[in-house]
Design a protein around this ligand. Structure first.
Ligand SMILES: NC(=O)c1ccc[n+]([C@@H]2O[C@H](COP(=O)([O-])OP(=O)(O)OC[C@H]3O[C@@H](n4cnc5c(N)ncnc54)[C@H](O)[C@@H]3O)[C@@H](O)[C@H]2O)c1
Ligand SMILES: O=c1ccn([C@@H]2O[C@H](COP(=O)(O)OP(=O)(O)O[C@H]3O[C@H](CO)[C@H](O)[C@H](O)[C@H]3O)[C@@H](O)[C@H]2O)c(=O)[nH]1
Length: 334
């Protein structure tokens, strides 16, 4: 198949482009490079450098490249920033996706895979979280994702647009070999920050709260390796190509969680093997908006698409992230 990967120069997009090509698909990337990197793309992958907010460019790219399916990763992704700059988030994430949907139904009406997030669930006691749990996003970021999910569903009902929505839990790790990896302009994610701290770019790791109602008092998250997540997109595309799924929503996680302390222990285990000292840790106040536990009920994607995550060992997951950051301490700059 020929796939248009929107936001394909970003962290998850670039790993997915690679897996799609390995599965024999042809790929064209549409990205404005606002947070993505052309260097993250394999040689020979065409890049349309354009903005989803420019509806004419979106339609022109669809007409020129005639994809058989579209994967939509492009978004602004920071929860905290979304609360300070809601207009930017609603415009980029909702209007951008609307332009894409409109372009698709006006041109080729091909299947769409959309990147959603566990943030659509908000705080819930219903853990592990099934896909039919109530949706109560607590941030503008989560709200933009839920609004886009609802738009996609409306386009399915009105125009027959086939879709698969993937709700990712905590995405982490890097391609084994360490040539591409997480390279967001602002660093907020736990494993990435821990690796940068090990490299001396931060003084210490802050643990945001140790008084949560969890076994060790720190928050529990479901960490899914970016390469497994990329494979989930390949499965989704193949299922839609085979007419198997035309309106499906899946959680993508391992189905079990690790605490902040367990993650930092795994980072310590990896970096001390490389002769570095363990990270200095400091207990800090809770970060506003952090639920104690977010763990996916991941049965649906396993049962329906045959999803089989390969990276289930936390230390192995951290090792891939560490290899990337060690080799690229300033992302793609050096
Ligand atoms: N990283 C995570 O932990 C996580 C978790 C849940 C969901 N997600 C979702 O996955 C998707 C990808 O996340 P990521 O971590 O790879 O982020 P990223 O910032 O690395 O990638 C996003 C890509 O989209 C591009 N982009 C953004 N706005 C655009 C626009 N208006 N027009 C064209 N291109 C645009 C950026 O340049 C970038 O290459 C996002 O939709 C995000 O909300 C990410
Ligand atoms: O320096 C840090 C960074 C994080 N944490 C803790 O580590 C856990 C994971 O935090 P991340 O920032 O790595 O990830 P989040 O769970 O906040 O974010 C994830 O879920 C969000 C929605 O809930 C978004 O989808 C986001 O993109 C995705 O990575 C949280 O308990 C956080 O408080 C720390 O203790 N110290």
């Amino acid at each position: 198949m020929r796939l248009m990967v929107v936001g394909g120069a970003g962290y998850i997009g670039s790993h997915t482009v690679r897996q799609l090509r390995a599965a024999g698909h042809e790929v064209v990337v549409f990205d404005n490079l606002s947070s993505g990197h052309a260097q993250a793309l394999p040689e020979g992958v065409p890049l349309v450098q354009a903005d989803l907010l420019d509806a004419a460019s979106v339609k022109a790219a669809l007409e020129a490249h005639r994809p058989d399916a579209v994967i939509q990763f492009a978004a602004l992704i920071e929860v905290g920033e979304s609360m300070r700059a809601p207009g930017r988030y609603y415009r980029n994430n909702v209007v951008g996706s609307l332009n894409l949907l409109q372009g698709i139904v006006e041109t080729r009406k091909v299947p769409l895979v959309f990147s959603s997030t566990a943030a659509v669930y908000g705080t819930t006691d219903n853990v592990p979280i099934p896909e039919n749990a109530p949706l109560h996003p607590e941030s503008v970021y989560g709200e933009t994702k839920l609004m886009t999910e609802n738009m996609i569903h409306a386009f399915h009902v009105a125009h027959g647009l086939p879709y698969t929505i993937l709700r990712y839990f905590n995405v982490c790790g890097a391609a084994p070999g360490g040539d591409i990896g997480e390279a967001h302009p602002n660093k907020t994610h736990l494993i990435e920050l821990a690796c940068l701290t090990a490299l001396g770019q931060r003084e210490k790791m802050m643990i945001f709260g140790d008084d949560y109602p969890t076994p060790d008092g720190t928050c529990i998250r479901d960490y899914i390796h970016v390469q497994d997540l990329a494979d989930a997109h390949v499965l989704a595309v193949n299922a839609m190509a085979g007419g198997k799924a035309d309106a499906a929503t899946y959680n993508v996680g391992l189905g079990h969680g690790f605490s902040v302390r367990q993650v930092l222990d795994a980072v310590d285990a990896v970096i001390t093997e490389d002769g570095l000292p363990p990270l200095t840790r400091e207990i800090a106040p809770r970060r506003p908006g952090d639920p104690p536990r977010l763990v996916a009920d991941a049965h649906r994607i396993v049962d329906e698409l045959g999803f089989q995550p390969q990276f289930t060992d936390l230390k192995e997951i951290v090792r891939t992230a560490w290899d990337w950051h060690r080799k690229h301490p300033h992302d793609f700059e050096r």
